[in-house]
Design a protein. Structure first.
Length: 255
């Protein structure tokens, strides 16, 4: 994913520098490696600031915040737009007529992830929603709202139907191995499962409560990793299935 973090079961972290089109890996051994990443040419071609994810079939999903559209690059290199009209707005329904308004908050350039069934989830920040793109039996794609659009503001520890909840510029979406969808907004960390959404405290570090969450990713053990950034300092956090958040790396309040 762009400007983000990937983690595997061995807790080997992959950080992507948003400013240099480069991939920086920090394995558990403590060594660091720098790799050029294909997002440089892709980003330049699409004129985008956004994110991408790879689904179970090897397709790369990405978002263009400039064009407010979602694209797929197939394993054989074919590119096509899957959703969006090219204009900012809000509309669910057939993917080619659907509208998004991604980005617009601090470091938030929108985010995307996929589940085991090939569905994609998008942090649609300026629409205050998490959007879902799913393929129908006839082969067409449909965009729907997974969470947000309601009137209820959840406090940490509360649970409600996902469509009843009011979100505020959600960012940094990630799907875990159980197909639960996790994301942040300025108020809380959220987990959606079986049509319901639960809110958790953002972090145990008061300083990071108000930091920008720039990306998050799931590992193969069900944990979630997130990067926050504030005052030019970045921090890496680990989130357990029960919503417990712990600091891993970077500058914390205690330092």
């Amino acid at each position: 994913m762009m400007d983000g973090v990937n983690a595997n079961a061995a807790e080997q972290y992959t950080l992507i520098d948003s400013d240099s089109s480069a991939l920086i890996t920090h394995p558990a051994s403590g060594s660091s490696y720098l790799h050029l990443l294909e997002r440089g040419p892709i980003r330049e071609f699409l004129s985008l600031e956004g994110s991408f994810a790879t689904d179970s079939s090897g397709n790369k999903w990405g978002i263009s915040v400039v064009q407010q559209r979602v694209y797929i690059i197939t394993p054989d290199g074919k590119f096509f737009w899957v959703a969006g009209t090219g204009a900012a707005g809000f509309r669910d329904g057939p993917a080619q007529k659907a509208m998004f308004n991604m980005g617009g908050l601090g470091y938030n350039y929108g985010d995307i992830d996929t589940d085991s069934k090939g569905n994609a989830y998008i942090a649609d920040g300026s629409n205050n929603r998490i959007r879902k793109i799913s393929k129908q039996d006839d082969g067409t794609w449909v965009v729907s709202t997974l969470a947000g659009g309601g009137a209820r503001k959840l406090n940490p520890g509360e649970t409600a139907l996902a469509g009843e909840v009011q979100l505020s510029a959600p960012v940094a979406v990630a799907v875990d191995i159980f197909d639960n969808v996790w994301f942040f907004d300025p108020r809380a960390l959220y987990k959606t499962a079986a049509g319901k959404i639960t809110a958790y405290s953002r972090t145990p570090d008061q300083r990071a409560e108000y930091a920008n969450v720039v990306d998050m990713e799931a590992d193969r053990s069900g944990n979630i990793y997130a990067i926050t950034r504030a005052n030019s300092a970045s921090m890496l956090w680990k989130i357990m299935q029960d919503g417990k958040v712990s600091w891993i790396a970077g500058i914390s309040q205690a330092e």
